[in-house]
Design a protein around this ligand. Structure first.
Ligand code: AMP
Length: 184
Protein backbone atom coordinates (compact mmCIF):
# COMPACT_ATOMS: atom_id res chain seq x y z
CA UNK A 1 0.00 0.00 0.00
CA UNK A 2 1.48 3.34 -1.10
CA UNK A 3 -0.97 6.00 0.09
CA UNK A 4 -3.78 6.43 2.60
CA UNK A 5 -6.31 9.24 2.76
CA UNK A 6 -6.87 10.40 6.34
CA UNK A 7 -10.07 12.19 7.34
CA UNK A 8 -9.95 14.08 10.63
CA UNK A 9 -11.15 17.14 12.47
CA UNK A 10 -10.42 20.69 11.40
CA UNK A 11 -10.36 21.17 15.20
CA UNK A 12 -7.90 19.59 17.65
CA UNK A 13 -10.60 18.33 20.05
CA UNK A 14 -10.47 18.95 23.78
CA UNK A 15 -8.05 16.21 24.82
CA UNK A 16 -4.34 15.93 23.98
CA UNK A 17 -5.03 12.25 23.23
CA UNK A 18 -6.47 13.22 19.84
CA UNK A 19 -3.36 15.09 18.71
CA UNK A 20 -1.21 12.23 20.01
CA UNK A 21 -3.27 9.74 17.97
CA UNK A 22 -2.77 11.89 14.85
CA UNK A 23 1.00 11.92 15.43
CA UNK A 24 0.99 8.17 16.09
CA UNK A 25 -0.81 7.55 12.78
CA UNK A 26 1.75 9.78 11.03
CA UNK A 27 4.58 7.69 12.51
CA UNK A 28 2.94 4.38 11.55
CA UNK A 29 2.49 5.60 7.97
CA UNK A 30 6.03 6.93 7.54
CA UNK A 31 7.49 3.72 9.05
CA UNK A 32 5.59 1.65 6.47
CA UNK A 33 6.37 4.13 3.65
CA UNK A 34 2.74 5.07 3.11
CA UNK A 35 2.13 8.61 1.81
CA UNK A 36 -0.56 10.84 3.33
CA UNK A 37 -3.45 12.25 1.30
CA UNK A 38 -5.69 14.64 3.21
CA UNK A 39 -7.81 17.80 3.00
CA UNK A 40 -4.84 20.20 2.74
CA UNK A 41 -5.67 22.36 5.75
CA UNK A 42 -3.31 23.65 8.41
CA UNK A 43 -5.82 23.57 11.27
CA UNK A 44 -6.79 21.07 13.95
CA UNK A 45 -5.86 17.40 13.62
CA UNK A 46 -5.45 17.97 9.87
CA UNK A 47 -2.50 20.29 10.41
CA UNK A 48 -1.05 18.10 13.16
CA UNK A 49 -0.89 14.92 11.08
CA UNK A 50 0.46 16.74 8.00
CA UNK A 51 3.20 18.45 10.04
CA UNK A 52 4.24 15.18 11.67
CA UNK A 53 4.45 13.22 8.41
CA UNK A 54 6.56 16.03 6.87
CA UNK A 55 8.75 16.27 9.99
CA UNK A 56 9.48 12.54 9.74
CA UNK A 57 10.38 12.82 6.05
CA UNK A 58 7.17 11.41 4.55
CA UNK A 59 5.16 12.71 1.57
CA UNK A 60 1.91 14.66 1.98
CA UNK A 61 -0.60 15.55 -0.72
CA UNK A 62 -3.36 18.01 0.17
CA UNK A 63 -6.60 18.63 -1.73
CA UNK A 64 -8.49 21.79 -0.85
CA UNK A 65 -11.28 23.73 -2.56
CA UNK A 66 -10.32 27.34 -3.35
CA UNK A 67 -13.17 28.54 -1.13
CA UNK A 68 -11.47 26.99 1.91
CA UNK A 69 -7.90 28.06 1.18
CA UNK A 70 -8.22 30.99 3.60
CA UNK A 71 -10.66 29.47 6.10
CA UNK A 72 -8.75 26.23 6.69
CA UNK A 73 -5.44 28.00 6.02
CA UNK A 74 -4.12 25.82 3.22
CA UNK A 75 -0.87 24.19 4.32
CA UNK A 76 1.88 25.80 2.26
CA UNK A 77 4.72 23.34 2.89
CA UNK A 78 3.17 20.15 1.52
CA UNK A 79 4.85 17.87 -1.00
CA UNK A 80 1.91 18.66 -3.28
CA UNK A 81 -1.20 20.83 -2.90
CA UNK A 82 -4.17 20.53 -5.29
CA UNK A 83 -6.54 23.50 -5.21
CA UNK A 84 -9.86 22.29 -6.61
CA UNK A 85 -13.26 23.76 -7.53
CA UNK A 86 -15.51 22.48 -4.74
CA UNK A 87 -16.13 19.87 -2.01
CA UNK A 88 -17.24 17.23 -4.52
CA UNK A 89 -14.08 17.55 -6.55
CA UNK A 90 -12.06 17.48 -3.32
CA UNK A 91 -13.53 14.17 -2.15
CA UNK A 92 -13.29 12.54 -5.57
CA UNK A 93 -9.65 13.63 -5.95
CA UNK A 94 -8.71 12.45 -2.46
CA UNK A 95 -10.42 9.10 -3.12
CA UNK A 96 -8.64 8.59 -6.43
CA UNK A 97 -5.20 9.42 -4.99
CA UNK A 98 -5.43 6.96 -2.07
CA UNK A 99 -5.41 3.18 -1.73
CA UNK A 100 -7.23 3.18 1.60
CA UNK A 101 -9.10 5.49 3.98
CA UNK A 102 -8.73 6.13 7.71
CA UNK A 103 -10.78 8.40 9.97
CA UNK A 104 -9.34 9.88 13.13
CA UNK A 105 -11.69 11.75 15.49
CA UNK A 106 -13.50 14.63 13.84
CA UNK A 107 -16.86 16.28 13.31
CA UNK A 108 -19.46 16.32 10.58
CA UNK A 109 -16.96 16.81 7.76
CA UNK A 110 -14.98 13.77 8.86
CA UNK A 111 -18.14 11.66 9.18
CA UNK A 112 -19.43 12.79 5.80
CA UNK A 113 -16.17 11.86 4.09
CA UNK A 114 -15.93 8.49 5.90
CA UNK A 115 -19.51 7.54 5.08
CA UNK A 116 -19.17 8.52 1.46
CA UNK A 117 -16.30 6.05 1.10
CA UNK A 118 -18.36 3.39 2.94
CA UNK A 119 -21.38 3.88 0.70
CA UNK A 120 -19.26 3.84 -2.45
CA UNK A 121 -17.70 0.61 -1.18
CA UNK A 122 -21.02 -1.08 -0.38
CA UNK A 123 -22.23 -0.15 -3.86
CA UNK A 124 -19.12 -1.77 -5.33
CA UNK A 125 -17.57 1.43 -6.73
CA UNK A 126 -14.28 0.68 -5.01
CA UNK A 127 -12.69 -2.07 -2.91
CA UNK A 128 -10.22 -0.01 -0.92
CA UNK A 129 -10.01 -0.67 2.83
CA UNK A 130 -11.73 1.77 5.20
CA UNK A 131 -11.12 2.09 8.92
CA UNK A 132 -11.33 4.31 11.92
CA UNK A 133 -9.06 4.77 14.88
CA UNK A 134 -11.22 4.61 17.97
CA UNK A 135 -9.04 6.89 20.08
CA UNK A 136 -10.12 6.88 23.70
CA UNK A 137 -13.51 5.26 22.78
CA UNK A 138 -14.35 8.33 20.65
CA UNK A 139 -16.31 6.25 18.13
CA UNK A 140 -17.98 3.73 20.50
CA UNK A 141 -21.47 5.18 20.05
CA UNK A 142 -21.10 5.36 16.27
CA UNK A 143 -20.01 1.71 16.12
CA UNK A 144 -22.92 0.81 18.43
CA UNK A 145 -25.35 2.70 16.20
CA UNK A 146 -24.13 0.85 13.11
CA UNK A 147 -24.74 -2.47 14.93
CA UNK A 148 -28.23 -1.22 15.81
CA UNK A 149 -28.91 -0.24 12.17
CA UNK A 150 -27.72 -3.67 11.07
CA UNK A 151 -29.84 -5.49 13.71
CA UNK A 152 -32.79 -3.40 12.50
CA UNK A 153 -32.34 -4.67 8.97
CA UNK A 154 -30.88 -1.53 7.35
CA UNK A 155 -27.24 -2.53 6.93
CA UNK A 156 -26.25 -5.97 5.68
CA UNK A 157 -23.90 -7.86 8.04
CA UNK A 158 -21.42 -8.11 5.15
CA UNK A 159 -21.45 -4.32 4.82
CA UNK A 160 -20.87 -3.70 8.54
CA UNK A 161 -17.52 -5.44 8.16
CA UNK A 162 -16.44 -2.90 5.52
CA UNK A 163 -15.59 -0.56 8.39
CA UNK A 164 -12.46 -1.75 10.17
CA UNK A 165 -11.56 -0.24 13.51
CA UNK A 166 -8.72 -0.37 15.97
CA UNK A 167 -7.65 1.45 19.10
CA UNK A 168 -4.29 2.40 17.64
CA UNK A 169 -2.75 3.23 14.30
CA UNK A 170 -0.25 0.38 14.06
CA UNK A 171 -2.97 -2.25 14.40
CA UNK A 172 -5.10 -0.61 11.70
CA UNK A 173 -2.18 -0.14 9.30
CA UNK A 174 -1.28 -3.83 9.74
CA UNK A 175 -4.87 -4.80 8.90
CA UNK A 176 -4.81 -2.56 5.83
CA UNK A 177 -1.54 -3.98 4.56
CA UNK A 178 -2.94 -7.53 4.90
CA UNK A 179 -6.27 -6.72 3.24
CA UNK A 180 -4.59 -4.56 0.61
CA UNK A 181 -2.50 -7.50 -0.51
CA UNK A 182 -5.57 -9.66 -1.11
CA UNK A 183 -8.31 -7.23 -2.14
CA UNK A 184 -6.76 -4.47 -4.21
P1 AMP B 1 -14.72 18.41 10.54
O1 AMP B 1 -14.64 16.94 10.81
O2 AMP B 1 -16.15 18.89 10.52
O3 AMP B 1 -13.83 19.22 11.42
O4 AMP B 1 -14.23 18.62 9.03
C1 AMP B 1 -13.07 17.99 8.59
C2 AMP B 1 -12.84 18.31 7.14
O5 AMP B 1 -13.94 17.92 6.35
C3 AMP B 1 -12.63 19.79 6.85
O6 AMP B 1 -11.53 19.92 5.96
C4 AMP B 1 -13.90 20.19 6.12
O7 AMP B 1 -13.69 21.22 5.19
C5 AMP B 1 -14.23 18.91 5.40
N1 AMP B 1 -15.59 18.82 4.95
C6 AMP B 1 -16.72 19.18 5.59
N2 AMP B 1 -17.81 18.91 4.85
C7 AMP B 1 -17.36 18.39 3.68
C8 AMP B 1 -17.96 17.94 2.46
N3 AMP B 1 -19.28 17.94 2.32
N4 AMP B 1 -17.16 17.47 1.48
C9 AMP B 1 -15.82 17.47 1.63
N5 AMP B 1 -15.18 17.87 2.73
C10 AMP B 1 -15.93 18.34 3.74
Amino acid sequence: MKSICVYCGASPGNSPLYAEAARQLARAMVETQIDLVYGGGNVGLMGIIADEVLRLGGKVTGVIPHGLVERELAHRSLTELHIVKDMHERKAKMASLAEGFIALPGGMGTLEELFEMLTWSQLGFHQKPIGLINVNHFYDELLGFLQHASASGFIKPSHITLLHHADDAHALINTFCTIGATEL
